[in-house]
Design a protein around this ligand. Structure first.
Ligand code: HEC
Length: 151
């Protein structure tokens, strides 16, 4: 009798502990919310410190800048209808820039910096279909242009 009670107590405790494990395991797997993502997007060193200039990537970025219609709205040297992109790597982090270039609509919905820019310029950036590797190449191009422009 005593023995059976001990067994059932042990089974009960085992169940309890596995329950706990499942709960915390699930919590770790949950994707961060948009608010949690934007909170860290522009934290840390500016992109100018993390992007190490690669000339062939920058050459590819220069072609993409026209081909992907960035130059329809953006200038390098004078802000007109959209933010001037000269020196933009001094202003933002690499992660933030990658998100702005590849997912401007998501940024429009969630990111406070992007929303401020939209109200400053009274214009929203459109989706250009640019993805990871091309966005990186564009950053290298923008970095090289910034370097060329400084005295
Ligand atoms: C239809 C015009 C338009 C096109 C095309 C466009 N942008 Fe933009 N872009 C904007 C506007 C307006 C903003 C600011 C408001 C916003 O973010 O929606 C912006 C914001 C940005 C920013 C952030 C600027 C800052 O000061 O932080 C970057 C970087 C950028 N664009 C890069 C690009 C690149 C690279 C391309 C091409 C793949 C591109 N944009 C295409 C209009 C455009």
């Amino acid at each position: 009798m005593k023995y059976t009670r001990m067994i059932s107590l042990m089974v009960f405790m085992l169940l309890l502990s596995s329950c706990g494990k499942n709960e915390s395991g699930d919590a770790e797997k949950q994707a961060p919310t948009p608010a949690e993502r934007v909170a860290v997007l522009d934290q840390g060193p500016r992109a100018v410190q993390t992007v190490k200039l690669n000339d062939s990537l920058a050459n590819r970025g220069r072609v993409l800048f026209d081909d992907k219609s960035c130059s329809d709205c953006h200038t390098l040297g004078e802000a007109e209808m959209a933010p001037d992109l000269l020196g933009v790597l001094d202003r933002r982090t690499e992660d933030w820039l990658m998100m702005q270039i590849t997912q401007p609509e998501w940024m429009n919905e969630h990111d406070p910096i992007t929303r401020q820019l939209i109200s400053d310029f009274d214009l929203e950036m459109i989706e250009t279909g640019v993805e990871g590797a091309d966005a990186k190449a564009l950053l290298h191009f923008l970095l090289r242009e910034t370097g060329n422009a400084s005295p």
